[in-house]
Design a protein around this ligand. Structure first.
Ligand code: SOE
Length: 366
């Protein structure tokens, strides 16, 4: 199939707009667009300038002029929409979380494999050139064995009691909010860069603002983790959506035998490298993987999305690029999310290693 498939977008909010820009920047067609409801479709879909007007989700999923479905709706609708699109034989890009429980996420990954279609999840921070550089330094042995991985993912868009969003409602967002929404990005990224897998974790969650819009809040504003990995490393993570002044500050440090490296998503053109004799800042070079602009012309979040969609569409064309985040990665994220909630409830360490073996099996069977 062409690497310019015809796309259908379900969901016309911020993520729908990000996906539509990435689709068009890759030379593909936005064939159909629907919102979460017929009313939102009529109100918002025309602004996406689709090829065809579409009344319902089902019309989009069944349309012969849609090859790949992008699901950009509230979390609790993801699994049902992904299942329907897969059963219709479509390739699927589903926003994280793939599903609000790990069993359903696993079933979707199995279904995608049995249907023989491409099924991807936008863990897009993998596509920063600086992140690929850090990954290469570990893979080629330059960094030495990672000892510690630590960092945070901090935002402040829910820092005020009057702030709210469908994510706060567990019926629409699922039982976890901060970790399921952004903590999974950090965990995916640290495992992607190091090649390690988190095998056990201890987590605490906290609700900083107990009431929003007159309703009691039951989903976490923040999560704090300690974890161990399958290759003898350990780490910590702080996730928060109430950290005033932090807009989208994903940051990690990997402290390895020969050097430490740190990356800051709010300053993504550089990678800090600390050595025993000197420290240096590596700035994105024009020849780096996923560099599309000359040095000094900063690349950012949308460029990562463009690269993710390009690689997804390459996979649809028959060549699966290294590092494409698929439904198997969505399954892992769902398992980590469940482990975080279980650990926070029981105050116990939770083993996630067995789940990983299952996930890897799913991933390799493809
Ligand atoms: C909101 O927290 C959000 O848009 C997340 O849903 C995205 O996954 C993240 O990349 C940016 O912040």
């Amino acid at each position: 199939m062409s690497i310019h498939p015809r796309a259908g977008i379900i969901g016309t909010g911020f993520m729908g707009a990000v996906h539509s820009r990435a689709i068009r920047r890759n030379g593909a067609v936005v064939s159909r667009v629907v919102g979460s409801t017929p009313e939102s479709t009529r109100a918002t879909a025309p602004s996406f300038d689709p090829e065809f007007s579409t009344e319902t989700v089902w019309e989009l999923i069944r349309a012969d002029d849609v090859d790949v479905v992008h699901i950009c709706t509230p979390n609790a609708t993801h699994a049902g929409l992904a299942r329907a699109a897969l059963e219709a034989g479509k390739h699927v890009v589903c926003e994280k979380p793939l599903a609000v429980d790990a069993q359903e996420a696993t079933e979707l990954a199995d279904l995608a494999r049995s249907m023989g279609v491409v099924a991807a999840v936008p863990f897009v921070y993998r596509f920063y050139p600086s992140v690929r550089r850090a990954r290469a330094r570990i893979a080629d042995g330059t960094s030495g064995r990672p000892y510690l991985m630590h960092g945070s993912y901090l935002q402040d868009w829910l820092a005020v009691p009057t702030d709210s969003d469908w994510r706060v409602d567990p019926e629409r967002g699922g039982p976890s909010r901060a970790f399921a929404d952004i903590g999974v990005h950090w965990c995916d990224l640290i495992e992607f860069v190091t090649g390690h897998r988190i095998t056990r974790l201890s987590a605490r969650t906290m609700i900083a603002i107990p009431e929003r819009g007159g309703r009691r809040v039951t989903t976490e504003d923040a999560a704090l983790l300690m974890f161990e990995t399958d290759r003898g490393s350990a780490g910590t993570l702080t996730v928060s959506q109430v950290s005033v002044g932090r807009k989208n500050r994903l940051w990690f440090s990997i402290d390895a035998a020969a050097e430490s490296m740190s990356f800051d998503q709010e300053n993504p053109e550089t990678l800090w490298v600390g050595g025993l004799d000197d420290n240096k800042v590596l700035t994105r070079g024009g020849a780096d993987a996923y560099s599309v602009l000359p040095p000094g012309h900063p690349q950012g979040y949308q460029d990562c999305f463009d690269a993710f969609v390009a690689d997804t569409y390459r996979a649809i064309g028959g060549t699966v690029p290294d590092g494409l985040p698929t439904f198997a990665d969505g399954v892992r994220a769902a398992h980590l999310t469940e482990a975080v909630l279980t650990s926070a409830r029981t105050e116990q360490w939770i083993d996630v290693s067995m789940r990983h073996n299952t996930i890897e099996k799913v991933a390799t069977l493809r």
